[in-house]
Design a protein around this ligand. Structure first.
Ligand code: HSE
Length: 328
């Protein structure tokens, strides 16, 4: 199967590395970063591209851009991993739409377009008989979309509770364990590469709310938006508040909640017992699903990171490859 990749930040690079390491029968025929691109119908030399990117910061051909890769490369699946824009969803949205119109499948880690325009993209994909997958948009390496779509297919999801932002979880863990101030812990989270380019998205709960919207639209099959989520961040939390919680054998976590029957969509800091399955440490994410048949299921794993996100993207790519093999 031939793929083209847009975006060569941590996620795109991690994906190229993993494809190079494993024999997965995936041929990369186009790659674009923000300034340049390479197209090669026989397959680009991945090691050379990664080295050029590291050495010179770009790929080579500055006369080509992402849209040229979309329209001119020979590929079956577009992997869209450019930086996210929660307001306009652009330019990622245009890349994805163009690829779908050309009859290509799309796999993305881009939260903006999926949170804002999933329904439209899904309908466009159905109309053009292609698939759109977005496992990597929510909770990094945790296979939540595959779990919902396959493992728990047939279940009714009665409620979902999640720790969906690694930056906030890291900050809360460090404040409670080491007594760091909020600012010190945030600085560390930024240094570790967990935070968004603008970390107010993390600490004000917006990133977790975007992920909740994506989950809600997947589970409810309708279009909720960020405006439907009641959001409180962790930016006003003090070390004292955490200490008070700890005195009661509890701690504080930023919890995203969705209870369809109550029309509840909320992200807020919650006092929670330390033994609760959602109390995970550091940049981990966790999701508890309450279902009618399977009962309670909790998934825990790394919420961010280059190879962890590559794992989620590969899962989507191989699902498309397998559906090819079955003739779909
Ligand atoms: N800033 C995000 C987080 C990255 O901290 O969870 C992964 O979406």
């Amino acid at each position: 199967m031939k793929i083209a990749i847009l975006g060569l930040g941590a996620v795109g690079r991690g994906l190229l590395e993993v494809i190079d390491e494993k024999q997965l029968d995936l041929v990369v025929t186009g790659v674009a970063d923000s300034k340049s691109a390479i197209i090669d119908r026989d397959g680009i030399r991945i090691a050379e591209v990664l080295e050029a990117k590291q050495r010179w910061g770009s790929l080579g051909d500055k006369t080509l851009g992402a849209m040229e890769v979309v329209t001119r490369a020979e590929y079956d699946v577009l992997v869209e991993v450019t930086p996210t824009n929660a307001q306009t969803a652009e330019p990622a949205l245009s890349y994805m739409k163009s690829a779908i119109l050309l009859g290509k499948h799309v796999v993305t880690s881009n939260k903006g377009p999926i949170a804002r325009d999933f329904r439209k993209l899904h309908e466009l994909a159905v109309a053009h008989n292609v698939q759109i997958h977005y496992e990597a948009t929510v909770a990094g390496a945790i296979p939540i979309m595959h779990t919902l779509r396959h493992g728990l297919a047939g279940n009714e999801i009665l409620a979902l509770y999640g720790v969906l932002n690694g930056t906030c979880n890291y900050i809360l863990t460090r404040m409670a364990a080491e007594g760091l101030t909020y600012d010190q812990a945030l600085l560390e989270a930024r240094e570790m590469g967990y935070a968004e380019a603008d970390p107010t998205y993390d600490v004000k709960g917006i990133d977790a709310a975007i992920k909740l919207v994506i989950l809600a639209n997947t589970i409810w099959k309708k279009q909720v938006t960020l405006d439907d989520v009641d959001i409180t961040g962790i930016d006003l939390l003090t070390t004292d508040a955490l200490r008070l919680a700890e005195d009661q054998d509890c701690t504080i976590r930023l919890i995203a909640e969705m209870v369809p029957k109550k029309d509840l969509l909320r992200v807020s800091p919650r006092i929670i017992e330390k033994t609760h399955p959602l109390v995970v440490d550091g940049s981990l994410n966790a999701i508890t699903l309450e279902t009618d048949l399977a009962g309670e299921v909790t998934l825990i794993g790394k919420g961010a990171g280059s190879r962890e996100t590559a794992s989620a993207i590969l899962g989507d790519l191989l699902a498309i490859r397998d559906s090819y093999a079955r003739g779909h």
